[in-house]
Design a protein. Structure first.
Length: 62
């Protein structure tokens, strides 16, 4: 999942809401958390679920 999809989902959410993102691959694992924090969102948790899948919890900026 690219940050474009994540950003669209975050834009539809109220401030402070939490979004769970499931990503596959090395590039999204590097880029989505970096870009989210650059835009002011908070990373609550990030875990490797195996098979190249990463689970990320983001809190929308307030």
């Amino acid at each position: 999942m690219t940050f474009v999809h994540v950003r669209l989902a975050l834009d539809r959410m109220p401030p402070g809401a939490v979004l769970e993102v499931v990503m596959k691959g090395e590039e999204p694992r590097r880029n989505v958390p970096r870009t989210a924090t650059e835009q002011g969102h908070a990373i609550i948790a990030q875990e490797d679920a195996g098979n190249g899948i990463t689970r990320l919890l983001l809190r929308r900026k307030i």
